[in-house]
Write a protein that binds this ligand. Structure first.
Ligand SMILES: *[C@@H]1O[C@H](CO)[C@@H](O)[C@H](O)[C@H]1NC(C)=O
Ligand SMILES: *[C@@H]1O[C@H](CO)[C@@H](O)[C@H](O)[C@H]1NC(C)=O
Ligand SMILES: *[C@@H]1O[C@H](CO)[C@@H](O)[C@H](O)[C@H]1NC(C)=O
Ligand SMILES: *[C@@H]1O[C@H](CO)[C@@H](O)[C@H](O)[C@H]1NC(C)=O
Ligand SMILES: *[C@@H]1O[C@H](CO)[C@@H](O)[C@H](O)[C@H]1NC(C)=O
Ligand SMILES: *[C@@H]1O[C@H](CO)[C@@H](O)[C@H](O)[C@H]1NC(C)=O
Ligand SMILES: *[C@@H]1O[C@H](CO)[C@@H](O)[C@H](O)[C@H]1NC(C)=O
Ligand SMILES: *[C@@H]1O[C@H](CO)[C@@H](O)[C@H](O)[C@H]1NC(C)=O
Ligand SMILES: *[C@@H]1O[C@H](CO)[C@@H](O)[C@H](O)[C@H]1NC(C)=O
Ligand SMILES: *[C@@H]1O[C@H](CO)[C@@H](O)[C@H](O)[C@H]1NC(C)=O
Ligand SMILES: *[C@@H]1O[C@H](CO)[C@@H](O)[C@H](O)[C@H]1NC(C)=O
Ligand SMILES: *[C@@H]1O[C@H](CO)[C@@H](O)[C@H](O)[C@H]1NC(C)=O
Length: 501
């Protein structure tokens, strides 16, 4: 699903790597210091918790004496009833397998739905477990230095039926491995904490996948299906076996203040977030650095996606920093057969990545991608900035309809900035899948090579408004800042795509 990095780019990266690394370490160190200050660490105190339905008090203190604060302790009360994972016999030594403790805790919370639900507190420690399911009206709270670790043994991962809108597991026919933390048909689920983490220990899976030792599609780290009112906040997700956070056919999902990490190379398919046939979603204030797409909005694959017929729509994505060395910062597709519409992407920095923002599809997908706005997007040190690709020919099986051409229209790029981009725009429509009604306004992207054809188009209809840099392709109409037509294009279907640059 990804192309290898060309030699020239590798050279460029290795020569600039240390500088870039130093810069980002400095940036994140200051962010970290700022965050720990914000959290405060009082000189000591006491707080009350509800453990196993009864009140008990827990004393705590910290060695820091610099500030005093009203910090309520490790675990704030977010539900009427809370449990401590250790109440269920869990041991956080990184060796004991705690699956039963998690299952018992979730079971206890599942009995509280009429009382406002329950909270499961995960104290500091390394809590190894096999996959487990969440329940409705549940808050999972991870303390600072709490880490939920996935067992490295696929025989302990349940097999689930394929997703109906994909027909098969994405990598193999038949069933697929479930996700590490899973939920389906739920309402009101919150996964949050004080920057604790969920670690999929994915390296085990990546190696087996590359050596072709797996008989089923790998599972995501977290997958929530057919659910509503879902919140992910304030924690780190790390080293997923496959896609990291996969909300599937959900409504009203908020993802905020998250850190999502996987190695930028050799962590195949570790997308950050995959909103899939979801509506009413907010993704914001997060840092994502992974081994595939940072975010990939999807809605099913060819005939299976068309039959399932559930679009992704009304999604707002803002204030993110994303890095994707082998794929793209933000993608729409390529599985988009249920349709994708009304997506806003704003205030985004994509750095040291292969591609910036991408829409990808193919004949056979059907569906549409429409009413998409990219606003205030900064592209730093990228190979290709803005991409539209209409020949992404991966199909589930031979049963797709080759005449099912997706519609791509009403795509608005306003405020596109950055530097060090080799090919700022590559929009490759085709006779069957033309790209219609595209608008570029306020664009200024510094380029690495003074080549001529770096704003590449084929079968693109639309306009540029005002001055934009680099000079746009001839396919687009020119308007001045006052939106008066300056020159109408007579070559919308001209083709100037060069993959050699
Ligand atoms: C709560 O405590 C009671 C009595 O100590 C015990 O029987 C019960 O199993 C506990 N519940 C949980 C969920 O640990
Ligand atoms: C949870 O249990 C652990 C181990 O028993 C204990 O150290 C910790 O203080 C407990 N936390 C709360 C909030 O009860
Ligand atoms: C989670 O729920 C799904 C669907 O009900 C079920 O198939 C699966 O076995 C459950 N997973 C675990 C680990 O219990
Ligand atoms: C983000 O989460 C961290 C803990 O992970 C917390 O300290 C910080 O206050 C949160 N920031 C915001 C803006 O919520
Ligand atoms: C995959 O299938 C083969 C043949 O059926 C079997 O020998 C092997 O153990 C399976 N591997 C896994 C990881 O399930
Ligand atoms: C969306 O979910 C949040 C969190 O559960 C909830 O507070 C909010 O009321 C929900 N919004 C709608 C429109 O249901
Ligand atoms: C995330 O952390 C911030 C700062 O501590 C807090 O205000 C917010 O309520 C937290 N969000 C969730 C969903 O727990
Ligand atoms: C488009 O999505 C936004 C959320 O980003 C939502 O507020 C708005 O109502 C949606 N517009 C339509 C026409 O549904
Ligand atoms: C544009 O996005 C950047 C982050 O990339 C942010 O710092 C800046 O405040 C945004 N500008 C506006 C006008 O929102
Ligand atoms: C073109 O797209 C813009 C959004 O970018 C939309 O407002 C406008 O209505 C579209 N025009 C047509 C003719 O569909
Ligand atoms: C594109 O988005 C910008 C910023 O939101 C807006 O000002 C402009 O009207 C939009 N253009 C079209 C054609 O919808
Ligand atoms: C460009 O191609 C589309 C079909 O892909 C066609 O509808 C349109 O008329 C063509 N435009 C020009 C100017 O030839």
């Amino acid at each position: 699903m990804v192309e290898p990095l060309p030699i020239t780019r590798r050279r460029f990266l290795s020569s600039h790597k240390s500088l870039v690394t130093v810069f980002w370490i400095a940036a994140f160190a200051s962010l970290f210091i700022w965050q720990s200050r914000g959290r405060g660490g009082g000189g000591g105190g006491a707080s009350l918790y509800r453990v196993n339905g009864s009140l008990s008090s827990v004393f705590w203190w910290t060695a820091t004496t610099t500030t005093t604060s009203s910090d309520a302790g490790e675990f704030p009360r977010l539900r009427p009833v809370s449990f401590n994972l250790t109440d269920f016999g869990a041991v956080g030594d990184g060796v004991t397998v705690n699956t039963e403790a998690f299952e018992r805790a979730v079971y206890a919370i599942s009995k509280l739905s009429k009382k406002g639900g329950g909270q499961l507190n995960v104290p500091p420690g390394r809590w190894l477990t096999a996959p487990f399911n969440l329940t409705s009206f549940m808050t999972l709270f991870l303390a600072e230095d709490a880490e939920i670790l996935a067992v490295q043994d696929e025989t302990l991962w349940p097999l689930l039926p394929p997703l109906p809108s994909y027909g098969y597991g994405r990598e193999h026919y038949g069933p697929r491995y479930g996700s590490f933390i899973h939920g389906q048909n739920l309402k009101d689920v919150v996964v949050t904490g004080n920057n604790g983490s969920i670690n999929g220990q994915g390296v085990y899976w990546w190696k087996k996948y590359r050596s072709k030792l797996l008989n089923h599609t790998r599972g995501p780290l977290v997958q929530i299906m057919w659910s509503s009112d879902v919140v992910f906040a304030n924690i780190t997700l790390r080293d997923s076996p496959f896609w990291t956070l996969h909300p599937y056919d959900c409504k009203n999902v908020t993802i905020t203040n998250m850190t999502i990490l996987a190695p930028v190379f050799e962590a195949p398919n570790t997308d950050g977030i995959d909103p899939d046939s979801c509506e009413d979603m907010l993704i914001e204030n997060s840092y994502i650095s992974v081994g595939d797409d940072g975010i990939a909005i999807k809605s099913g694959w060819d005939q299976y996606g068309t039959n399932y017929g559930r679009p992704s729509k009304n999604i707002l994505i803002r204030n993110l920093i994303i890095r994707s060395m082998v794929s793209a910062g933000i993608s729409i597709g390529s599985e988009m057969s249920g349709g994708v519409s009304n997506i806003t992407v704003e205030n985004i920095l994509i750095w040291s990545s292969r591609r910036g923002v991408r829409i990808k599809t193919a004949p056979g997908r059907g569906g549409y991608v429409r009413d998409i706005t990219f606003r205030n997007v900064t592209l730093d040190e990228l190979r290709v900035g803005i991409v539209v690709k209409t020949d992404y020919n991966e199909h589930p099986d031979g049963g797709f309809n080759p005449q099912a051409f997706p519609v791509l229209e009403n795509i608005n790029y306003t405020g596109i900035y950055g530097q060090g981009v080799r090919v700022p725009v590559r929009m490759q429509g085709s006779k069957e899948i033309p790209v219609k009604n595209v608008t570029f306004r306020d664009m200024s992207v510094g380029i690495t090579y003074k080549k001529k054809h770096i704003f590449q188009c084929a079968y693109v209809q639309g306009r540029v408004i005002g001055t934009i840099f680099p000079a746009p392709c001839e396919n687009l109409d020119r308007y001045d800042e006052q939106e008066q037509l300056v020159k109408q294009s007579d070559s919308q279907n001209a083709t100037d795509i060069d993959y050699e640059i």
